[in-house]
Design a protein around this ligand. Structure first.
Ligand SMILES: [Zn+2]
Length: 400
């Protein structure tokens, strides 16, 4: 995992040691011991200088880095990562004044590291420079949005999810960029500043990295509100917080959300879908009966600026893993989603006996696999940074 290193203190040094502050808002930031103010960038802005040999023109590395910058700029805090990266940096160094990103063969530990220089000046604390260094020896996936046999996530706790065996560059970059703007690790809830590789959206055969509610909340605390006219983003995923983990216990670990029996509370029996050849995915296939109720769990997030009430959440049965409003909606709820922390919730839902698609009604077939989908804001009444993270699913198989 990523190791935070505070190297080099520039400017006027008031304090030699820093403390890590975590509050109930669910994020952490760096703070001078002598002050209540966290460290921030004075200009609320970073222009990155990218190593010319590390991010060559036309390379998948460059595309993936731009994707990660774009994701942070979709967050509704007042910090901006410049879209205009300087790509021809031939002198990457910890000692120059530029904020840089590069690949190295000599990274001491971890897959990537953000080195942050900071200083206290008077009553204010500033970040002076941040450098992100990725380890060349890691087997990276630069995939930006596709399920792929080569890409994304190995979850040693739940099995191989999405069939991948390589580390996602984009989720790692989002995590390190969170450090660069002043966030620290968080180990109490689902978030990108924990185990970034398992902080994803998945729908329609695509994975999508994102900043997420917890880190968004941290960015807003540090930098206020975005100047972008868009300020809202809702999302739902089939990932949840699991426990504190990592070598130094600073990282949250995440696992897939589940289905439970209503009476016993036990996890519904099933198999890993990958083992029985469903779409090559490592998601669990739950064995369920028509007309029977189960507790169905997903994680809902408000990644936007304002608290939202009256959010319509629909539940669907789909014959594939592409959940859309064209699928059969068999139930719905109305949520209030405040911006504070991800909301992992079990809801009691009854598996329907039939599904209606394009005006025609079919019985669900015993022995067949379906996807139990969820869509937040299914009436599309909220203008969002992204509409690509509004759906998620669990896989089910109908049993007699
Ligand atoms: Zn980190």
């Amino acid at each position: 995992m990523n190791k935070r290193i505070f190297a080099g203190i520039l400017g006027l040094v008031i304090t030699a040691s820093c403390v890590f502050i975590e509050d109930a808002k669910g994020y952490a930031w760096l703070e001078c011991k002598s002050s209540d103010d966290p460290y921030t960038w004075d200009g609320k802005y970073i222009k990155w200088y990218a190593g010319t040999n590390s991010f060559k023109s036309g390379s998948s590395r460059r595309t993936a880095l731009v994707r990660a910058l774009g994701r942070w700029n979709q967050a509704p805090g007042g910090f901006t990562y410049s879209d205009s990266v300087y790509w021809n940096d031939t002198s990457v160094s910890r000692t120059n004044k530029n904020t840089e990103v590069w690949f190295s063969n000599t990274l001491a530990s971890g897959s990537a590291t953000c080195y942050t220089d900071y200083y206290c000046l008077g009553n204010k604390e500033y970040i002076k420079k941040a450098d992100i260094v990725f380890d060349n020896a890691v087997s990276w996936s630069y995939t930006t949005n596709q399920f792929s046999k080569e890409a994304t996530f190995i979850n040693s706790y739940t099995g191989n999810v999405y069939g991948g065996s390589r580390r996602s560059f984009v989720t790692t970059a989002l995590h390190e960029m969170g450090h660069a703007l002043g966030l620290l690790h968080e180990n109490r809830r689902l978030n990108i500043m924990g185990q970034d590789m398992s902080h994803l959206h998945a729908n329609a055969g695509k994975i999508r990295a994102y900043v997420g509610e917890d880190a968004v909340n941290g960015e807003i605390y540090l930098y206020g509100m975005t100047g972008n006219i868009l300020k809202e983003d809702l999302s739902v995923s089939h990932w949840k917080f699991w426990k504190k983990g990592g070598t130094d216990n600073e990282y949250s670990l995440h696992i897939l959300t589940k289905m439970y029996y209503v009476n016993s509370g036990n996890v519904v029996s099933g198999n890993w879908a990958e083992e029985i050849g469903v779409d090559g995915l490592g998601v669990r296939l739950y064995k369920v009966k028509k007309g029977t109720s189960y507790k169905v769990q997903f994680t809902y997030e408000n990644n936007g600026y304002y608290d939202l009430s009256g959010v319509k959440v629909g539940f669907y049965i789909s014959s594939n893993n592409n959940i859309t409003t064209m699928d059969y909606r068999f139930d719905s709820r109305t949520f209030t989603l405040t911006r504070d922390r991800p909301f992992t919730k079990k809801l009691t839902l009854t598996i329907p006996s039939n599904m209606t698609v394009l005006g025609q009604t079919f019985p669900l077939t015993v022995g067949q696999i379906y996807w139990l989908g969820v869509i937040v804001d299914y009436k599309n009444s909220i203008l969002e940074f992204s509409e690509d993270n509004n759906a998620a699913y669990l896989a089910i198989k109908i049993i007699p």
